[in-house]
Design a protein around this ligand. Structure first.
Ligand SMILES: [Zn+2]
Ligand SMILES: [Zn+2]
Length: 477
């Protein structure tokens, strides 16, 4: 999507426009609207439409506003002038709070037996996050504030000297989108029975309620799921990426691509017309080869990473990862890619062959989650690594290239800039805007912040922070 003539305006006009929009608190108003709906607990169509509209509008407004604000701030030179002084420092997370609220709503609705709404919001959220990824390509590298200087405690902290940069904030939004959207999108696909299409894969996902046509995760979810995963592969720290189980998202993408193929060629699959009353044309057919290439590219890039290659080798060998009931089937993935992009299918097949040839079963056993380095030391993955690296240059992932080249391994997760309650089950929609929710840090590890004692307790007891906290303290964070 373009910037709707924004770039045609002169810099003075842009500055005035941005200042007006920021002063008007438009994005905070959207946040308030979303929170009111969320707090009401309503789940009817009007509530759903409202959430959809909020995210749609936020998605349109955020990129030009953030981009323009950054340009204005740089023109003004280190924040002086430009009429921005009276409000003190500008905090990007104030504008991005609406997305944190959306993430909470997704997670709350994910607990609902019918994950449709959660999936819808997750798709919207992923689309907004991906739209933002284009913003940071043109921004300077972030200087992330330390945790003490971060916006942890309301007004007083806002006057601190270390204004978080927009780049860091945007990358954290992307990481948040990945962490929030991928699990629910996969669940929605499972409830939808997407895996049953094409036969032979039904053991991977069991339709929970095949009679409920509303649970259909349409194939137009391919794009946001791929977007989420692209963001995750590029912007999330390795251990966090593995915790997201990206192989499950790849498996989901392969199922959706396969279904897309079936929908467009009803004679072959025999299921045409059974979903959404016929072929949906949200994704132009000419876009599918690029999407298939992106899917292959993600696998190539993960395999080309020394810290990830051990895990990727495990996926390619179809090994089950603890807690995963849906291992990646590389053969099925290649088959799903082939109708759209033969080169992508070949790349996956090459990696598959390299993994199978180079590995003995002992080489990767167990050393998968968060411990890719030891798998490398165990020997046997070099062949896969070499194969992936020779392919990596060919399969460029869209978005964020320039910014990431400068960033190195800067972590985007857990967030330092974005104001986020550390409890993944947080459902606190109190107060008018997310940005005003007071957060207090865990006094033991000082690494996570919570909106209240309830969330801290829940995360400690049920969310595994008790163990994580000890690790964080040992790690000397
Ligand atoms: Zn909370
Ligand atoms: Zn802690």
């Amino acid at each position: 999507m373009g910037d709707y003539g924004w770039s045609d305006l002169g810099s003075a006009a842009r500055a005035a426009c941005v200042q007006q929009l920021l002063d008007a608190g438009l994005l905070q108003s959207l946040d308030t609207l979303l929170r009111l709906h969320a707090a009401s607990g309503r789940k009817d169509q009007r509530a759903r439409d409202a959430a959809h509209t909020v995210l749609l509008v936020a998605g349109q407004l955020l990129p030009p506003i953030l981009r323009a604000h950054d340009a204005v701030a740089r023109d003004a030179g280190a924040g002086a002038g430009a009429g921005g002084d009276e409000g003190g420092a500008w905090w990007p997370q104030d504008e991005l709070g609406v997305l944190v609220s959306a993430a909470k709503l997704v997670r709350r609705e994910a607990a609902d037996p019918d994950p449709t709404w959660a999936a819808d919001i997750a798709v919207d959220f992923a689309s907004v996050a991906y739209g933002l990824s284009a913003v940071i390509d043109n921004l300077p590298p972030p200087s992330v504030p330390n945790r003490e200087g971060g916006p942890g405690g309301g007004a007083a902290a806002r006057e601190g000297p270390a204004a978080p940069t927009l780049t860091a904030a945007v990358r954290e939004v992307m990481a948040l989108a990945c962490c929030t959207a991928l699990p629910i999108l996969e669940r929605a696909a499972a409830a939808d029975g997407t895996g049953a299409v094409g036969g032979g894969r039904s053991e991977m996902v069991q339709p929970e309620d095949p009679c409920n046509r509303d649970t259909a995760l349409h194939t137009d979810a391919i794009r946001p799921i791929a977007a989420c995963l692209v963001l995750a592969v590029q912007a999330v720290r390795r251990t966090e990426l593995l915790a997201l189980q990206p192989q499950r998202a790849l498996a989901l993408l392969s199922r959706l691509l396969l279904r897309e193929h079936d929908l467009r060629r009803p004679a072959e699959g025999g299921v045409g017309g059974s979903v959404g009353g016929g072929a949906r044309d949200d994704i132009p057919e000419e876009d599918l080869p690029a999407l298939a290439g992106t899917v292959a590219g993600m696998l190539v890039h993960m395999a080309a990473d020394e810290q990830l290659v051990g895990a990727v080798a495990g996926w390619l060998r179809g090994e089950a990862v603890a807690g995963t009931e849906a291992p990646l089937d590389p053969g099925a993935l290649a088959a799903a890619l082939r109708p759209w992009n033969a080169a992508a299918a070949d790349a996956v097949a090459r990696l598959h062959a390299a993994a199978a040839a180079a590995l003995s079963p002992a080489a990767v056993g167990g050393a998968v989650i968060g411990d890719g380095a030891s798998a490398v030391d165990g020997g046997g993955v070099e062949g896969l690594l070499a194969a992936a690296r020779s392919d990596a240059a060919k399969w460029r992932l869209p978005g964020m290239q320039a910014a990431l080249a400068r960033l190195g391994d800067t972590s985007a997760w857990p967030p330092l800039v974005l104001r986020l309650c550390g409890n993944p089950s947080c459902r606190n929609f109190a107060g008018p805007v997310e940005a005003d929710l007071p957060l207090r840090q865990c006094s033991a590890c000082k690494s996570v912040r919570y909106c209240g004692a309830g969330c801290q307790r829940q995360h400690w007891r049920e969310g595994g922070h008790k163990a994580a906290c000890a690790r964080l303290r040992e790690g000397g964070s």
